[in-house]
Design a protein around this ligand. Structure first.
Ligand code: DGL
Length: 351
């Protein structure tokens, strides 16, 4: 009799794995459009972000119960443009505590899309785990026609509860695509296919199943030299970005020196170029131990060291393929370890 029951249970679990081997996924809500509400169903761009509480988000997609045992935590309820390094560090500590719990198998973070890539990249660098951490948002509020949030959330839970998502780095789930946190970026500000990576998606989720086509080659999570547990302050060393254009002013950089920055990321034109009339100011700041990092305002490609600017001579760092907003975070983390320009440059090639 017992043998028959065991065989039956085994057969059933093979037929419907979700019924018998459901993982525990915690949804950590922070706000954004996925929690937004508009005045009417035709308001897909005019709405208020960060209104709907996490349990309402989960109740709106009951099908996630077929995928995993899901619980919700309301960590924040804000539009993501309002997230500062303080909220980022606090959120990372909360996620770190959650992944250490043996009964937590995966995490979904619902988040505004504006700074979603920063949060994803930061967690990719400082949370030591191989459990899936999936960041998800939406471009339309739940009140809009063809809202993208519910299916994005369903896909994110499917991904976070998938054993094959373990150890693949922090992931972003948007518009059916699985992206690596380190190279995903918001490239379109009003359409549901808003996110892309110049190196391509890692895979996709279709009808609750994950399909993988590549993996990141960069260090992340368990292989990172950074750890949120090593950060003893509530914020990070101050690093700011200056956007490059024609007709720049030295005062833009000197004002940041006055504000007490420890480094400046220059979102330069082209291959991270700095105008000749600005170079003396940057060299003066570098001499005063404010590290200069050359990123680019150009969304694709990567900044080549010593190509159009003598980085070795100036002691500057090239941000490689990291965009300015991610370069800012990596530089801030590097400064928590007092990394010099040489060490920082290694880090930009490593993460
Ligand atoms: N205010 C933006 C944010 O919270 C809304 C954009 C969105 O979440 O899609 O990031």
């Amino acid at each position: 009799m017992k043998k028959t029951l065991t065989s039956l249970a085994l057969a059933l679990s093979l037929l419907s794995p979700h019924l018998y081997a459901k993982n525990n996924v915690v949804v950590v809500a922070t706000g954004g459009t996925i929690a937004g509400a508009g005045a009417s169903s035709t308001n897909s761009a005019t709405y208020t972000a960060a209104k709907v509480p996490v349990n309402d988000l989960l109740n709106a997609v009951p099908q996630i119960k077929d995928l995993a045992n899901v619980s919700g935590i309301q960590a924040l309820q804000i539009a993501s443009e309002n997230i500062t390094d303080r909220e980022l560090v606090a959120l990372a500590r909360q996620i770190n505590d959650l992944v250490k719990k043996p009964d937590v198998n995966g995490i979904v973070i619902t988040h505004g899309t504006d700074t979603l890539e920063e949060t994803a990249f930061f967690l990719n660098l400082v949370i030591h785990t191989d459990k899936p951490i999936v960041i998800v948002g939406s471009m339309r509020p739940g009140t809009a026609l063809s809202a993208d949030g519910p299916l994005n959330l369903y896909n994110a839970v499917a991904l976070a509860s998938s054993d094959d998502a373990k150890g693949k780095g922090t992931l972003v789930m948007m518009n059916d695509s699985i992206f690596a946190a380190r190279d995903v970026t918001k490239a379109i500000n009003i359409h549901t296919n808003a996110f892309n990576s110049q190196w391509g998606a890692l895979g996709t989720v279709v009808e609750g199943k994950t399909y993988w086509f590549r993996e990141t080659t960069k260090r992340h999570n368990n292989t990172s030299e950074f750890n949120i547990e090593d950060i003893k302050t509530d914020t990070l060393p101050l690093v700011q970005i200056v956007y490059g254009s024609d007709n720049m002013l030295a005062q833009s950089y000197l004002a940041l020196q006055q504000a007490g920055v420890k480094a400046i990321v220059n979102a330069g034109t082209g291959n991270g170029s700095v105008p000749k009339y600005i170079v003396p100011t940057l060299n003066q700041l570098q001499q005063q131990s404010i590290q200069i990092v050359r990123s680019s305002r150009v969304p694709q490609g990567f900044v080549v060291r010593n190509a159009e600017q003598p980085d070795d001579k100036y002691g500057w760092v090239a941000a490689h393929d990291l965009n300015p907003q991610k370069a800012r975070l990596l530089t801030a983390l590097a400064l928590t370890k007092n990394a010099d320009a040489k060490e920082l440059q290694r880090m930009f090639y490593t993460y």
